[in-house]
Design a protein around this ligand. Structure first.
Ligand SMILES: *Cc1c(COP(=O)(O)O)cnc(C)c1O
Length: 411
């Protein structure tokens, strides 16, 4: 075969491919990374603490501990809350694999909770049902799906009565706020109702670090525990040393080489290159969120004529969303076209879509272990399709998507 035969044939006027999500990288981001590369520290340097301070300020938490990615952040949360063998963690069925896999890898059993079929969010009712099915539970990892928060206050109240720790999987909701029953807005990550919050800075998320994540907490002891979970479980704090003979010299001064293993942990650090990028990105998150909201408003009005075959995601009242995904709910049976057919047709027109998510309790590994029937998750999954959404888009891109969507659905 000749080289020419291997080249994909593009239509003459092909528009650039529109992925379902992507990062926005600007000159100042590139400059921030270049500055680290020219400097002294590629890792464990000053950019890490700088990013942590900025993130704590932005979310309103007392402490932010940044790490390698959102999955590592979930694992660190499980470590810090002692969610190991013999413990149970409630996880909503509609989420990314990592929400369940990370605590499970630490030894916890997972109890999958059903979700509201219109929002994909765990509700106080589905949380209570999971508790009734499962007996004693130690923690809940509450996922704030697509950029809006769920019934955070009510779920936390149920958790408190049952002595259950609350972790917010806020990987979709950096910049979103929860509005309390008294009308007070608190940013996700401030942990007003939670013990910990977990973030991801994967390129499709609100800000990009390449790979990156963080955990926020208001408890200084938990923050220290998270730092150990990030860094081999080692401490250099002389007050924490237990082997005094090895740790101190004859004058009682700590030996300069000495560090102590509290308990074994992984290396889940984020380096200075990643943190410099995260810091530069965080400075413009409000602009990114504003743009995403404008695209979402555009989709909502452009899709309105195609109801009831195409409907927007159900909206919660207690949320100031920072949209991560634009999920349309499509009645594929009524349209006479399968989701796979529609995705392939749109892809051929340069439009990327994705399904968020196949219910995690139906993944073969978890189904074999826990085998739950969760009809709300099934109904959400049957209809959801994520259309392109990013801060790199113009409203004109949403027009192009909706035109292609309606045409392919024969609407
Ligand atoms: C992205 C994501 C994660 C994992 O984050 P990574 O940075 O990709 O490891 C976990 N939970 C949810 C809900 C996510 O969207």
């Amino acid at each position: 075969m000749s080289a020419a035969a291997l080249k994909p044939t593009l239509p003459a006027a092909a528009k650039p491919f529109l992925p379902y999500g992507r990062q926005v990288i600007e000159d100042d981001d590139v400059a921030a990374v270049a500055e680290v590369l020219r400097g002294e520290y590629l890792t464990t340097g000053p950019a890490v603490a700088r990013f942590e301070t900025a993130l704590a300020n932005y979310t309103g938490a007392r402490h932010a501990v940044v790490c390698a990615n959102g999955t590592a952040a979930l694992h660190m949360a499980a470590r810090a809350l002692n969610l190991g063998a013999g413990t149970k963690v409630v996880v909503p069925a509609i989420t990314f694999l990592a929400t369940a896999s990370a605590p499970h890898l630490n030894g916890a059993d997972i109890v999958f909770a059903d979700v509201d079929p219109t929002t994909g969010l765990m509700t106080p009712e589905t949380f209570s049902n999971a508790l009734q099915r499962s007996g004693k539970v130690d923690a809940v990892f509450n996922v704030h799906l697509n950029g809006q928060c769920g019934a955070l206050e009510e779920i936390a109240a149920i958790a408190r009565i049952n002595k259950i720790k609350v972790v917010d999987d806020a990987c979709h909701t950096l910049g979103a706020s929860h509005v309390t029953s008294r009308g007070i807005a608190t940013r996700i990550g401030s942990n007003a109702h939670s013990d910990l919050s977990v973030f991801s800075f994967h390129p499709v998320k609100a800000i990009a670090m390449g790979e990156g994540g963080a955990v926020t907490t208001n408890d200084p002891a938990v923050a220290e525990r998270l730092v150990r979970a990030r860094n081999h479980g080692m401490t250099r704090d002389p007050h924490a040393f237990t082997n005094r003979v090895e740790a101190f010299d004859g004058q009682g001064n700590p030996n300069p080489w000495y560090y102590e293993l509290t308990e074994p942990e992984f290396n889940w650090r984020a380096n200075d290159i990643q943190c410099a990028l995260g810091l530069a990105q965080l400075a413009k998150i409000e602009r990114f969120i504003t743009r995403r909201r404008a695209i979402v408003a555009g989709y909502d009005s452009l899709l309105a004529p195609y109801a009831p075959v195409v409907k927007p995601l159900g909206r919660t009242r207690n949320s100031l969303p920072a949209w991560h995904l634009y999920v349309a709910r499509i009645d594929f049976e009524a349209a006479g076209l399968s989701r796979a057919q529609l995705m392939r047709a749109l892809s051929n027109e340069g439009i990327g879509t994705q399904v968020h998510y196949f219910p995690v309790h139906r993944q073969p590994y978890f189904a074999a272990r826990y085998g739950a029937q969760l009809p709300g998750a099934d109904r959400y999954y049957a209809q959801c399709l994520s259309l392109p959404l990013s801060a790199a888009m113009e409203v004109g891109d949403a027009e192009r998507v909706v035109e292609a969507l309606a045409r392919n659905l024969n609407l």
